[in-house]
Ligand binder design. Structure first.
Ligand SMILES: N[C@@H](CCC(=O)N[C@@H](CS)C(=O)NCC(=O)O)C(=O)O
Length: 269
């Protein structure tokens, strides 16, 4: 057998397991001693099973929180971009989209649709859902709050031009008077580094994604929320997230006019 260095069985899948384990070790709140046998089995099974495949257009939309979550836990994924109405029609005709909609993610032998279902599956699989039912309820409650504001931002580009100004004002108002104060209050109430149970959960990742999106609208909106700023820095510095955010990473840019036109064509909007 060919030997490579001192480790004769140094194969790509094994390298991937080591990469995943490194990410786990480097993720705060998930130290190696707490890695139980089941988690290690999951990581190995998944490594052997191959990467999840994401089906969506080449833009943020409803797939972006899924990209963030997978990236944050250090799971590599492949993307098949829908570029034409025919691409979407093919997925439908092949029976891959249960409700004829995307996002769709091929993962662990399933073709999952419904954004929240996909997010919850990833969160459950990688322990981003709190340690018990009560923590999970908090994680879900915070995630839903994030999703409400995120949805408003997501739909903004599709807003008729004469309503855009009013929508933008509403987003800014809800950000500064409702959602950011709520999350700042949660962080202040326990003084810990993460929203729930002093360890990383999907709620932290969704919130930081939202903060980035809000800052693109108006960076000053974060000014009065020091704990949100600190959370953003903390999560952005996780090696996995850093890699995702860096130029050339899998994070998508906001839709420009050309991309928006393509989206309208694909979905017949
Ligand atoms: N509840 C679904 C909504 C999915 C959805 O509205 N997807 C849009 C693209 S972002 C779509 O496929 N639209 C085509 C259609 O509804 O026929 C989810 O959260 O995944």
């Amino acid at each position: 057998m060919k030997s490579c260095g001192t480790f004769p069985y140094w194969t790509p899948p094994l390298q991937r397991i080591v990469t995943i384990l490194k990410h786990v070790i480097q993720t705060p709140g998930r130290d190696i001693e707490k890695l139980n046998r089941e988690t290690v089995r999951t990581l190995i099974r998944e490594t052997m099973a191959g990467k999840p495949t994401l089906h969506y257009f080449k833009g943020r939309g409803r797939m972006e929180p899924i990209r963030w979550l997978l990236a944050a836990v250090g799971v590599e994924f492949e993307e098949k971009f829908i570029e034409t109405p025919e691409d979407l029609e093919k997925l439908r005709n092949d029976g891959y989209l249960l409700f004829q909609q995307v996002p769709m993610v091929e993962i662990d032998g399933m073709k999952l649709v419904q954004t929240r279902t996909i997010l919850n599956y990833i969160a459950a699989k990688y322990n981003l859902h709190g340690k018990d039912m009560k923590e999970r309820a908090l994680v879900d409650m915070y995630s839903e709050g994030v999703a409400d504001l995120y949805e408003m931002i997501l739909l903004l580009p599709l807003c008729p031009p004469d309503q855009k100004g009013a929508k933008m004002t509403q987003i800014k108002e809800k950000t500064t008077n409702r959602y950011f104060p709520a999350f700042e209050k949660v962080l202040k109430s326990h003084g810990q580094d993460y929203l729930v149970g002093n360890r990383l959960s999907k709620a932290d990742i969704h919130l930081v994604e939202l903060i980035y999106a809000v800052e693109e609208i108006d960076p000053s909106l974060l000014a009065n929320f020091p704990l949100l700023k600190a959370l953003k820095t903390r999560i952005s510095n996780l090696p996995t997230v850093k890699k995702f955010l860096q130029p050339g990473g899998q994070r998508k840019a906001p839709l420009d006019e050309k991309a928006l036109e393509q989206v309208r064509k694909i979905f017949k909007i």
